[in-house]
Design a protein around this ligand. Structure first.
Ligand SMILES: NC(=O)C1=CN([C@@H]2O[C@H](COP(=O)(O)OP(=O)(O)OC[C@H]3O[C@@H](n4cnc5c(N)ncnc54)[C@H](OP(=O)(O)O)[C@@H]3O)[C@@H](O)[C@H]2O)C=CC1
Ligand SMILES: CC(=O)N[C@@H](CCC(=O)OP(=O)(O)O)C(=O)O
Length: 336
């Protein structure tokens, strides 16, 4: 029997991608879409906001009631495409009612109360859930995901950054005395659907932001187990992230060893595509669930280029990939 899936925050960019993917999914049945109780979009069909969903998904965006018990009890799994603090508050209610949670926000990604006060500006109330949460970097946490009931899907920049660096770090190919430097450019959809001055058409250009203080730096370092320098940039395109990562190789490391390390981890992971030659671009991955990786080496250094669609491998597609793993389905089910 199909598992009943719901999406909270369904009118947002990642929520709409979840609605699209789940509408086609052969095993998960999309049974409800929800927005906040005060939402300006309450009760509209999602296809009124996203016309590309017409006849694919016309479910209404239901305002969340105060008491969430019935919604949680009637769903097997819930995807949260909501702001960090909203997800933080929703998760315990759903878990208490035996509904599995796949949270796209940062609310459960790092097991440290201090991290939330410093980088997210709120005090985390649920340390026991931080302990229980499994980090949803799908290619690396298959085993833990297989019996997780709270999945903290990895962030968009952290996904492409870690998928690019982890095989080399695990195989001790990098000289980490020189910190890997990650420069990444994101499309504007990374900032969500809500109007803001920085993401308005005439303001968007190409600029660095969050220099030395973006919350994804500690997320990346914590889960990589290595310090990095991370600088995000906002670009004037809608979707996709391109990360250019510079690192120092350990003495004597060859291209062959680097290729072998990527092969070792990704040969059987269909949603990471490692290039034999050349470097990926956003064009190669937009509207797809893949993360593409290419690299070049010279004079003891490596430049790795990783690309993904921030809304898909960086969010909604990875969330469904994690749910597929949780339920024992092929990880690409409903995604390719
Ligand atoms: N955009 C991206 O590339 C990525 C985003 N993420 C994370 O995913 C989450 C969603 O991001 P994104 O889709 O961009 O965000 P959006 O701003 O586009 O959407 C947010 C959604 O949450 C709804 N919402 C707001 N308040 C509440 C509430 N109290 N209860 C229920 N629903 C509420 C909004 O609808 P309404 O206000 O009408 O109620 C809307 O549907 C965020 O935590 C973000 O950090 C993760 C990876 C990538
Ligand atoms: C372009 C842009 O603004 N991007 C967002 C990151 C995307 C996101 O929502 O972050 P999570 O992956 O942690 O949920 C930012 O820098 O805050």
């Amino acid at each position: 029997m199909a598992q009943k899936a719901i999406v909270i925050g369904a009118s947002g960019y990642t929520g709409a991608e979840l609605a699209r993917i789940l509408s086609h999914h052969p095993e998960f049945e999309l049974t409800g879409l929800y927005v906040s109780s005060q939402s300006a979009d309450a009760n509209k069909p999602i296809s009124a906001l996203y016309p590309q969903l017409r006849s694919i998904c016309d479910l209404p965006l239901q305002p969340l009631p105060e008491d969430l018990t019935a919604i949680a009890q009637n769903a097997d799994l819930a995807f949260f495409g909501t702001a960090h603090e909203v997800s933080h508050n929703l998760a315990p209610i759903f878990l208490k009612n035996q509904c599995k949670v796949f949270d796209l926000s940062g609310a459960y990604r790092v097991n440290s109360a201090e991290f939330y006060t410093q980088y997210y500006g709120f005090t985390h109330q649920f340390p026991e859930l931080l302990n229980r949460a499994v980090y949803g970097l799908a290619e690396w946490n298959h085993k833990q995901l297989a019996d997780a009931d709270l999945v903290a899907v990895a962030g968009c920049y952290p996904t492409v950054s870690q998928l690019s660096l982890k095989p080399l770090i695990e195989n001790n190919l990098l000289d980490l005395n020189q910190l890997p430097i990650i420069n990444a450019v994101s499309g504007v959809s990374g900032a969500g659907r809500k109007a803001s001055l920085t993401s308005s058409f005439c303001e968007v250009s190409l600029n660095a932001y969050g220099v030395f203080n973006h919350r994804h730096q500690p997320e990346i370092s914590t889960h990589l187990g290595a310090e990095v320098i991370f600088t995000p940039h906002l670009g004037n395109f809608k979707r996709g992230i391109l990360a250019t990562i510079t690192a120092k190789l350990n003495a004597g490391v060859t291209e062959q060893q680097i290729k072998a390390a990527y092969q070792q981890y990704y040969a059987n992971r269909p949603l990471v595509r490692v290039y034999e030659n050349g470097l990926p671009s956003i064009k190669a991955v937009e509207f797809t669930p893949y993360c593409d990786i290419g690299f070049a080496t010279k004079n003891g250094h490596i430049i790795i280029v990783g690309a993904e669609d921030n809304l898909l491998k960086g969010a909604a597609a990875q969330a469904v990939q994690c749910a597929n793993i949780r339920y024992g389905y092929n990880e690409t089910l409903g995604l390719i």
